[in-house]
Design a protein around this ligand. Structure first.
Ligand code: SF4
Length: 474
C-alpha cells in the first residue's frame, strides 16, 4: 500500500512540471545533448502529513528542480529518496517510520525531513541507515544532504545559477556562514528568539561551499555566524568526510582545513573562550589571517554580567596579551556598547582603562538602544541620552589615540594588501588586519595598473588614525 506513496507524489509533481515545462524556452540542442550525455541526478520524494508539510515539500522540490535534479517516479529510478515526515500524532509517527523503512528497503539511500525529524534519535534507532535527518522548514539542510548523497550537475551553458550560488559581495571576497542561531542569551539581543539555538553546518558542507567559492575566484573568505567559536557544539563536533578523511565540526579543525584552500581566511564573531587559543598558532604560521573579530561589548564585570555575555568571566586582557606573544601581528577588532542600563561612571572608567591597556586595533562603539522584546529593557538604571552621548565621545577619543599609535607603528613595514577597487587616483586596498566594510584601507595612490582581488606587496609610507598609505614594492 505504502509503495504507492512515492509514485503518487512523484506523478502529482510530474503533472505540474509538464505544464510548467511547456512554457519554458527550449535549451539549445548542443546543451541538451551535453545534458543527455551526463547522468541527471534523480530524487524520489515521499510527502506525508498536513498541507504545511506539503508546502515544505513543494519548496524543497522547487529547489531541487532549480538545481537541475529530476524527480523520480519510483524508488528504483531514484539516486536518493527524501521522506518528508509527519510527527503530529503517534499514529502519524508510526506511519512515518513505516515510510522511511519502505524507502530504505526499496532504495537504500534515504534523507528524512519534516516534523518527525526533530526526533532524530528515535528515527536512527529504528533505521540506522538513514543518510541525514532534519527538522521542519530546514530546506537548506535538506539540500545539503541531497548534495552530499548525489551532487548536482552543473552546466554553465544552461544553468542559471553558478555552482557557488549568487553573491552580493564583490567577486574577490565572500562571507561563509558556518552556523545559524545562538545558544547564548545576551540580555540586549533578540537573535536567539528570532533564529533559534545554535545549528552548525556539517564541516564538509562548509568546506564544499568554501572550495566552490575559491574556485570561482574568491580570494578572501569571511567566516561568520552568531558565535563562531561555538561551532559544532550542537552536533557534538561530528565528523564528516572531506577529501577522503574525517573532518570534525570543530572550530580549530575547520580553521585548519579552510587554511588549506589558498585563500585569505578571516574570523568574525569569535568569543574569547580558552579553546580559541589553539587557532592563534595557525595565524602565526600564516595559515589563516592574524585577525579576530570579538564583540566584547564591555569590560566592566558588573555590566557584562547584566548583559549576560558569554565568556564574561574570562580574563580577556590577559588572554589577548597571551595571543600577541604567540602572534605579535594579531589584529583584534571589537564592538562595544556604552550607556547600558545601570552602567556607572566607575564601570565606564573600567572600560576606558581596558581599551587603553589592550590596545585593540579596530573598534566600533554603539550607544545603548532598547530593542523590543529584549530582557535588558526590564533592567533598572536606564541612562539619559546625554550621558550615553558624552560617554560615546570619550570612548571614541580614547580609541582614536590607540588606533593612531598602532597604525603609526606600521609605517616603514612591507605588507601584503588585497585590492578592493581601482580608479583614476590609484588602488584602494586592505591589509590582513582589515576586514571589508568595517575596518580601514591602504591607499596606493597613482597605482592604477591593478585589479580587484590582486594581492600585492606594499611599503607603508604614512598613517593616520584610520588608514594607511603606501607604494607597491617587488
Ligand atoms: S549578542 Fe550574539 S552571542 Fe549574544 S545572544 Fe545575541 S547573537 Fe548570541
Amino acid at each position: 500500500m505504502t509503495g504507492s506513496r512515492c509514485a503518487s507524489v512523484a506523478l502529482w509533481l510530474q503533472a505540474r512540471m509538464a505544464n510548467h515545462r511547456s512554457s519554458l524556452v527550449s535549451a539549445p540542442a548542443s546543451a541538451k545533448t551535453r545534458r543527455a550525455k551526463s547522468k541527471i541526478p534523480k530524487v524520489g520524494f515521499v510527502s506525508l502529513g498536513c498541507p504545511k508539510a506539503l508546502v515544505d515539500s513543494e519548496r524543497i522540490i522547487t529547489r531541487l528542480r532549480s538545481e537541475g535534479y529530476q524527480i523520480a517516479a519510483d524508488y528504483d529510478g531514484a539516486d536518493v529518496v527524501v521522506v518528508n515526515t509527519c510527527g503530529f500524532l503517534d499514529s502519524a509517527k508510526a506511519e512515518s517510520l513505516d515510510a522511511i523503512g519502505e524507502a530504505i528497503a526499496s532504495n537504500g539511500r534515504v534523507i528524512v525531513t519534516g516534523c518527525f525529524g526533530v526526533e532524530e534519535a528515535r528515527i536512527r534507532a529504528a533505521h540506522p541507515g538513514v543518510l541525514a535527518v532534519t527538522g521542519p522548514h530546514q530546506y537548506e539542510r535538506v539540500m545539503e544532504a541531497v548534495h552530499d548523497a548525489v551532487p548536482p550537475l552543473h552546466d554553465p551553458f544552461v544553468d542559471l545559477v553558478p555552482p557557488e550560488g549568487f553573491r552580493l559581495t564583490p567577486r574577490h571576497y565572500a562571507y561563509l556562514k558556518i552556523s545559524e542561531g545562538c545558544n547564548n542569551r545576551c540580555s540586549f539581543c533578540i537573535i536567539p528568539a528570532l533564529r533559534g539555538d545554535l545549528t552548525s553546518r556539517p564541516s564538509n558542507h562548509v568546506m564544499t561551499e568554501a572550495e566552490k567559492l575559491v574556485r570561482a575566484g574568491v580570494k578572501e573568505l569571511l567566516v561568520i555566524s552568531q558565535d563562531t567559536s561555538a561551532y559544532g557544539l550542537d552536533i557534538k563536533y561530528a565528523t564528516s568526510p572531506w577529501k577522503g578523511q574525517p573532518l570534525a565540526a570543530r572550530f580549530l579543525d575547520l580553521c585548519d582545513a579552510l587554511g588549506d584552500l589558498g585563500a585569505w581566511v578571516r574570523l568574525h564573531y569569535v568569543y574569547p573562550y580558552p579553546h580559541v587559543d589553539a587557532v592563534i598558532p595557525l595565524m602565526a604560521e600564516g595559515k589563516i589571517l592574524p585577525y579576530l573579530d570579538i564583540p566584547f561589548q564591555h569590560a566592566s564585570p558588573a555590566v557584562l554580567k547584566a548583559m549576560r555575555r558569554p565568556a564574561h568571566q574570562e580574563k580577556s586582557a590577559e588572554r589577548i596579551a597571551g595571543w600577541r606573544k604567540v602572534c605579535p601581528d594579531l589584529a583584534v577588532r571589537s564592538t562595544f556598547i556604552v550607556g547600558f542600563p545601570g552602567e556607572t561612571e566607575a564601570d565606564f572608567a573600567i572600560l576606558l582603562d581596558w581599551i587603553k591597556e589592550t590596545r585593540l586595533n579596530r573598534v566600533g562603539c554603539f550607544k545603548y538602544e532598547p530593542v523590543e522584546g529584549a530582557k535588558a529593557n526590564e533592567l533598572p538604571g536606564a541612562l539619559p541620552e546625554e550621558v550615553k552621548e558624552e560617554r560615546w565621545h570619550r570612548f571614541m577619543a580614547a580609541q582614536q589615540a590607540v588606533s593612531e599609535a598602532l597604525l603609526a607603528e606600521k609605517v616603514g613595514r612591507e605588507i601584503d594588501c588585497i585590492v578592493d577597487e581601482v580608479d583614476a587616483d590609484g588602488a584602494l586596498c586592505r591589509s590582513k588586519w582589515d576586514a571589508p566594510e568595517i575596518d580601514g584601507s591602504v591607499f596606493l595612490n597613482g597605482d592604477g595598473n591593478l585589479k580587484a582581488g590582486d594581492i600585492v606587496r606594499a611599503k607603508i609610507l604614512h598613517a593616520d588614525e584610520t588608514d594607511l598609505w603606501g607604494e607597491r614594492v617587488g
